[in-house]
Design a protein around this ligand. Structure first.
Ligand SMILES: [Zn+2]
Length: 123
């Protein structure tokens, strides 16, 4: 990977970090619900669950973005954390925060499905 390419990925990651850090505030959704109306309460609870799911995905991705930026600094960017293979350039272009090559990512996704834990954010 050239220095220019690496810089482009670094910029993309910094932009993404800013988006994730500033967005998804969702503070209203977490407000304590005081309405006595049951249906209203359920709808608000669903909206809150949805907001929390979004928030959790955003914070997971923020962690991935930060760890990718660390790898840019240490010269490990674009190398699969699991098997050490070079991550495909198209994959990195679509998801610069990807920490695994496509083979290891698919293995991880399958393992997630089998154990019933949430699937990693599609990268
Ligand atoms: Zn791998």
């Amino acid at each position: 990977m050239t220095k220019t390419e690496l810089n482009a990925f670094r910029r993309a990651l910094l932009n993404r970090q800013e988006e994730l850090g500033n967005g998804y505030g969702g503070r209203e959704a977490f407000a304590v619900e005081t309405s006595a109306d049951e249906l209203d309460r359920i709808q608000h609870a669903a909206a809150r669950d949805y907001a929390m799911g979004t928030l959790e995905r955003a914070s997971n991705q923020l962690r991935e973005v930060r760890s990718a930026l660390d790898r840019v600094r240490t010269g490990q960017f674009g190398i699969c954390l699991n098997c050490g293979a070079i991550i495909n350039a198209n994959r990195l272009a679509a998801a610069p925060w990807a920490s695994f090559c496509i083979v290891c990512q698919q293995t991880a996704d399958n393992a997630d499905r089998e154990t019933g834990t949430p699937v990693l954010m599609a990268a």
